[in-house]
Design a protein around this ligand. Structure first.
Ligand code: NDP
Length: 255
């Protein structure tokens, strides 16, 4: 589905929450979903970045430039410090304001420090798990009532190649992504034959700050940009993937 061509109005009338929407792949996904008609809820920890994405969305057209883009909402939240009650309050606000939630892109993650397994520090392990795994779990739990109010909602988790096969020195981040795949599979199995679907996306090496942190010597020009990998993000969020549940899909062939 990396050559998927989305209709301009694919997400018209849909309400979609994107975590880590201020930068990198999350920011591009928010711009892309809005361009295809969605009202985007931009969740992230750096308000200035969320505001910049908000401005880009309202200044760009939607539905193939035929309409103004639906005004996005900003949710400033640091997932590292958030509790289930923050997520529950946010869900209630979403239900009050929009009446439903059609999709979630769990995108926010941190890499942490790459190190040998024996040198992983306990606090670092806990911090990475808090953002990459626990936040994803408790946010998903809280959002389910809003997702159940939509027809055929789609929940997308973000995985990585190291979430499928372990790699030396990537211990903490890799385990957080293995666990993310487990969360997705569990939910997909629980909700099979229901109107909610759960899948993972593996972006593959993509030109962002996180990739530069992981591979500082790499020439970023050799990488796909976040815009290049958007067909899969559109496919999994829109109606053409309505029967896809429990899959972990790659945006790029293995490098
Ligand atoms: P970036 O680091 O460029 O962006 C991550 C976003 O998540 C940022 O906006 C960041 O906020 C936000 N974020 C991080 N921690 C928190 C937090 N505690 N609370 C709220 N928001 C937070 O990463 P990418 O765009 O590269 O990565 C996006 C996803 O894709 C991640 O899940 C990553 O693991 C995955 N991925 C990326 C690959 C790549 O090559 N780029 C390859 C494989 C997987 P802020 O801007 O404030 O830092």
């Amino acid at each position: 589905m990396n050559d998927y061509q989305a209709p301009a109005d694919l997400l018209k009338g849909k309400v979609i929450l994107i975590t880590g929407a201020g930068d990198g792949i999350g920011a591009q996904a928010a711009r892309t979903y809005a361009k295809h008609g969605a009202t985007c809820i931009l969740l992230g920890r750096t308000v200035s970045k969320l505001e910049a994405v908000y401005d880009e969305i309202v200044n760009a057209g939607s539905v193939g430039n035929a309409e103004p883009a639906p005004e996005p909402a900003i949710v400033p939240l640091d997932i590292k410090g958030a509790t289930p009650s923050h997520y529950q309050q946010m869900t209630q606000t979403i239900i009050d304001q929009f009446g439903k939630l059609d999709g979630v892109l769990h995108n926010a993650s941190v890499l942490g420090h790459l190190s040998s397994f024996k040198d992983i520090e306990q606090q670092e392990w806990l911090d990475v798990m808090q953002t990459n795994l626990n936040g994803t779990v408790f946010l998903t739990q809280a959002l389910i009532p809003a997702l159940e109010k939509a027809d055929n909602a789609s929940v997308i988790f973000t995985t990585s190649s190291v979430g499928r096969k372990g790699r030396a020195f990537w211990g903490t981040y890799a385990v957080s992504k293995f666990a993310t795949e487990g969360v997705m599979q569990t939910l997909a199995d629980e909700y099979q034959n229901k109107s909610l679907r759960f899948n993972c996306i593996n972006p593959g090496g993509t030109r962002t700050n996180m990739r530069a942190q992981a591979f500082p010597a790499e020439n970023p020009d050799t990488l796909k940009t976040p815009a290049d990998i958007m067909p899969m993000y559109l496919y999994l969020m829109g109606k053409d993937s309505i029967d896809v549940n429990g899959q972990s899909l790659d945006c790029q062939p293995k490098r």
